[in-house]
Design a protein around this ligand. Structure first.
Ligand code: 4AD
Length: 461
């Protein structure tokens, strides 16, 4: 070690100046002398050379340090996974028979370590990033390190693109983006999942959905959407529930129920097309979920009533949560819904849920007043990814609905006013971005599709 400390590397001034590149730069020519900043992603020391796979958040590059002074410095002896470093050298074609990212490698002639890393960290990051067990507390505690892994970072790259693809699609469809408040004093999806807090002495909540606010701006902005956080105090630990999630919500004016279904099919399909049509993102998708296929259109449509019959017709029948055969009016719980979706194995628009099991604001089907003009989009492997409906238009009907649901109408005056000042047939939906991603990226749970998952018992790191 003492000998190693004496070796001081120096950049050879006779070499051409190095061009700084990011690792996704594929246009820089072989033979160019470059410098690259990054962290050691993988490390392999052999007799004739040390091999570093460098990671910079844009890509990976194999860097070769030929045995000699470069591999004998103190820094080189303590190289560890996650050490940050800048490397200089000539970009070369990979020798025949070898394999490395983008078929190229850096023949290093000089480097500087910027930040060392303890070598005991290797064990943690390797373990947690390899087994990717989303229920494992160690994995969750080390989320900040797991995010450095290839799988987690691919999910995050895909996530960014999917969000932008939704924005692009909404723009193509002439929707206006708005940003409703997260701090509210009204509920949307039932009192049992409200996060309550003290707002200057008044009771307030973290929003469950921006829907009511979206409805207030369609008269002035036309069709609108938002991509905001929603919060649910879910009291169970499941694969698909978070307490904070990203909610993509759209609201459309002057439509009928069928228009809502058409729109949902269109936007989901266009977003998938955009992902598959972008080479870089398609590569992440392929890494994560090689079997992913765009769903064929039209999506299957099934009424709630027919789904109940379908569940009961299976051999053996798929039972409700009480262990009985389903009857009209039962909630189709997560387990039954998932089994049905997995057996049918294609996206389903499940429609016309009974009034009693749906939210207060949903419009009744004029042809069958027992049910609402509502839709859940169910996807194999995940279950419900979208909930939507037509909205009650009539003033008196809405007032009666508040009453029936035990909601005091006063705080909702601004929502009710929409029925007073030129009411219209309108409807919309909410799509959970994490569930959409769990589907596309083939993730077992939504927990691995969000940066730092929040669910019952976890608000760290
Ligand atoms: O079906 P939900 O509760 O519908 C609404 O909130 C409507 N107000 C939306 C609207 O019409 N604008 O939720 C919509 C979607 C679900 O289909 C699901 O994808 C997601 O939001 N979601 C959750 N995602 C993760 N964790 C949770 N706890 C979620 N709750 C709902």
């Amino acid at each position: 070690l003492e000998d190693a400390k004496k070796i001081m590397l120096q950049e050879d001034p006779s070499l051409p100046p190095a061009v700084r590149i990011k690792l996704n730069n594929k246009s820089v020519e072989l033979g160019t002398r470059i410098k690259v900043f990054g962290r050691i992603h993988r490390l392999r020391s052999q007799k004739q050379a040390t091999f570093i796979t460098l990671r910079d958040g844009y890509g990976l590059l194999q860097c070769v340090l030929p045995a000699g002074d470069l591999t004998k410095t103190y820094d080189a002896l303590v190289f560890a996974q996650e050490t940050s470093i800048v490397l200089y050298g000539e970009l070369k074609q990979l020798p025949p028979g070898a394999s490395a990212p983008d078929n190229r490698e850096l023949q290093v002639d000089y480097y500087r370590v910027l930040g060392s890393a303890p070598s005991d960290l290797d064990a943690i990051t390797n373990k947690v990033s390899r087994d990717q067990d989303p229920w494992d507390a160690q994995m969750l505690d080390n989320r900040h390190l797991v995010l450095r892994g290839e799988t987690a970072s691919a999910v995050m790259k895909l996530r960014e693109f999917v969000e932008l693809a939704f924005i692009d699609t909404y723009r193509e469809m002439h929707f206006t983006k708005v940003s409703p408040p997260a701090m509210v004093q009204t509920q949307v999806e039932g009192g049992s999942t409200l996060f309550k807090y003290d707002y200057y002495g008044e009771e307030a909540y973290l929003t469950q959905s921006s829907q009511l606010y979206l409805e207030t701006v369609i008269p002035s902005l036309g069709d609108v959407y938002c991509i905001e956080k929603s919060f649910r105090a879910e009291k169970s630990l499941t694969r698909r529930h978070l307490s904070e999630y990203t909610h993509i919500e759209g609201e459309m004016d002057f439509i009928e129920f069928d228009d809502l279904l058409e729109h949902l099919e269109e936007i989901i399909s266009r977003v998938v097309d955009k992902v598959q049509g972008n080479a870089e993102v398609a590569a992440y998708l392929k890494l994560l979920n090689p079997g992913f296929e765009k769903p064929s259109r039209p999506f299957m449509r099934m009424k709630y009533e027919d789904a109940i019959e379908w569940l009961n017709k299976q051999d053996p029948p798929i039972l409700n949560e009480e262990g009985n055969v389903h009857s009209f009016g039962d909630d189709i719980a997560e387990a039954a819904e998932r089994r049905m979706t997995d057996i049918i194995n294609r996206p389903i628009f499940l429609t016309h849920f009974p009034v009693e099991i749906k939210a207060f604001y949903m419009k009744k089907d004029p042809k069958d007043l027992r049910v609402t003009e509502s839709v859940d989009v169910l996807i194999p492997g995940v279950g419900e990814i979208v909930g939507g409906s037509m909205r009650m238009e009539d003033y008196d009907e809405l007032i009666a609905a508040y009453k029936k649901n035990g909601i005091g109408p006063e705080p909702y005056y601004w929502y009710t006013d929409q029925r007073k000042f030129g009411t219209t047939p309108h409807g919309g939906y909410g799509l959970g971005l994490e569930r959409f991603l769990a589907w596309m990226a083939g993730q077992h749970t939504v927990r691995t599709t969000t940066l730092y998952p929040r669910f019952m018992g976890r608000a760290r790191p």
